[in-house]
Design a protein around this ligand. Sequence first.
Ligand code: ZN
Length: 223
Amino acid sequence: MVKITWFGHAAFKIEIANKIVLIDPWLDGNPTSSVKASEISKADIVFVTHDHGDHLGEAFTICKKTNANFAAVVELANHAKENGVKNAVGLNFGGSIEIDGVKLSIVPAVHTCSRGAPTGVIIQGEGKTVYHAGDTAFFGDMQFIGKVYKPDLALIPIGGYYTMDAKEAVEAIKLLKPKAVIPMHYKTFPVLAQSADEFVRIAKEKVPKVKVVALKPGESYQF
Ligand code: ZN
């Protein structure tokens, strides 16, 4: 079983292949987070999609405390090393890395950042595939992410303003064709959508075969 726990915003804990993977662990400044960084005592891999503060969050502190591997696009991994993270691995588009039975592949995201380029990530383990889209606009190559990786579960931003909104996120699902989807990156800032309601409504109408799992921060989904 793969277990996904949402901490609010783009922060997730993914328990897969008996490992704990944290994605974009922005916890302390995150007004919707159900946990603080100091409460994270165990992690094997911390992946950060891009260097904006609401995604990088407390990644370095958590890696130093738990000895987790830090993984990101190469320029961001180098920044982690400069900040004292020992096990930092940098990869780039088209590349994958396997750490302790969990395979990570970087895919593009249409967004901005200061170091390297913004990314999404494909996480594979125990025969299951999860796609975390990072911060991104809707883009046509999502169809190839769907075709090549066949995600069982997609974690996608729906909040608008900095990323896709509800309507565009449903278009993304049409291209990605996941079995299930968890919306993220909403409610955290006043400019973002304040709930997943519109997304859930449009998704049920336009992509009825896809299971929509709208979690509350702290809640989990298993498959
Ligand atoms: Zn961002």
